[in-house]
Design a protein around this ligand. Sequence first.
Ligand SMILES: Cc1cc2nc3c(=O)[nH]c(=O)nc-3n(C[C@H](O)[C@H](O)[C@H](O)COP(=O)(O)O)c2cc1C
Length: 165
Amino acid sequence: MEAIEALKTRRSVRYFRPGEVPAHLLEELVDCARLAPSGRNEQPWEFVVVRDRRKLHEIAELTDNGRFIADAAACIAVICRPAKYFLEDGSAATQNILLAAHARGLGACWVAGDKKPYAEHVLKALSAPAEYKLISLIPIGWPAPELPERAPKRPLAEVLHWERF
Ligand SMILES: Cc1cc2nc3c(=O)[nH]c(=O)nc-3n(C[C@H](O)[C@H](O)[C@H](O)COP(=O)(O)O)c2cc1C
């Protein structure tokens, strides 16, 4: 899928049909994530790919708005060392995963990590060092046949400002 088409047609997918996602596809998603831009090129990220069903349930239950992680084939946790630009870096990596997943016909959704009280519990469940930051959890799977409505987006004319605000 062409890049502009991928980013124009991506949407958050929270309903999955059963079916495994091959390891090489999950590996490709992480490969795309690690190529994201990074402040001072510190690349403070680590990616934990969870496929174990019990672990998926455990993580899902720790979240508030991410219970559907339990229905996904896998979940990628984006975790950063607390470098200066950890949140920007981890967010760029997260977006790369979302777009790459969509380009491969997979469904995915950004589930909040940073700022959530459950972040420390998720880090612990994943055996990550406590000083690291959970940026996002990204459930991945084959989308259920009926895609949800597209989330409303503010129109271009409203958000685009030429030369001054
Ligand atoms: C920082 C951030 C945190 C988010 N956290 C959640 C979440 O916890 N649960 C969820 O279902 N969606 C979450 N989302 C997805 C948003 O709800 C979604 O991107 C938004 O509604 C727009 O829909 P779209 O992704 O289909 O364009 C999050 C998105 C971002 C960027």
